[in-house]
Design a binder for this molecule. Sequence first.
Ligand code: ATP
Length: 257
Amino acid sequence: MLEVRGLCKHFGGIRAVDQCSFTVERGSITALIGPNGAGKTTAFNCISKTLRPTSGEVWLKGERIDAMRPHQVTRRGLSRTFQISRNLEDLTVLENLVVQSRVPNWRALFGPAIAPWEREKAMEILDFLNITRLAHEETRSLSYGQKKLMDFGALLMSDPEMILLDEPAGGVNPRLLEEIVDRIRALNARGLTVLIVEHNMDLVMRLSHKVVVMAHGQVIAEGTPEEVQADPLVLEAYLGGAQKEPAVQAVGAVVHG
Ligand code: ATP
């Protein structure tokens, strides 16, 4: 579904992503993990075209997408969420779903505020996420976790074939987290391919078919959750580079059973 080949992103002298290569198989849930500063978010941004890579290639369904504009990538079936919600606080949840899914163009200025088909589609998605009751709530009144669910909903408005989720578990309470996990699994069961950046190791190991581990901008390990947990390079990357991170303890716990 997705192939990243020799991806590089440099900020001045910093090689945030440095010759990074990995693949995401169609229909899989793949996690991108690594200690703080490993380059995960930068790689993510290059894939979704929020950032322009310094060099390297990104292929989606056999088509090269690294020179495309973000909306062209979305049209080809790839959508993403952001670590920090980018919603419009004054709008309702329903309105946010519709507005965020639109590619801005002059026609939108003259169209109806919300077309009937948009309303219907947004309501179907809210129903799927079990948050129909929030449809007409102002976004500012939602909890952090509910906003994440809403962002997830906005993502689905473009009928993606593949989604990139940036820390979906970050700051979410455990009950809501289980709901998010459950919905990701349900979407994956329908054929959606998922790439996820996440620090919650328990979640990563439970959810993923494949885990790609980054450190210092490069991929240092790749395999099933069991394989990467048994890889000494992975533990060393966490312990060597970031001893104070909570994720270190989590990886350690997982690695040592
Ligand atoms: P975290 O888990 O903490 O979010 P990460 O693995 O996502 O980390 P990145 O945020 O991609 O890592 O950062 C990789 C490196 O690139 C870090 O050294 C970071 O300081 C640097 N970096 C990221 N964005 C920029 C930028 N816009 N300008 C300069 N340096 C940057």
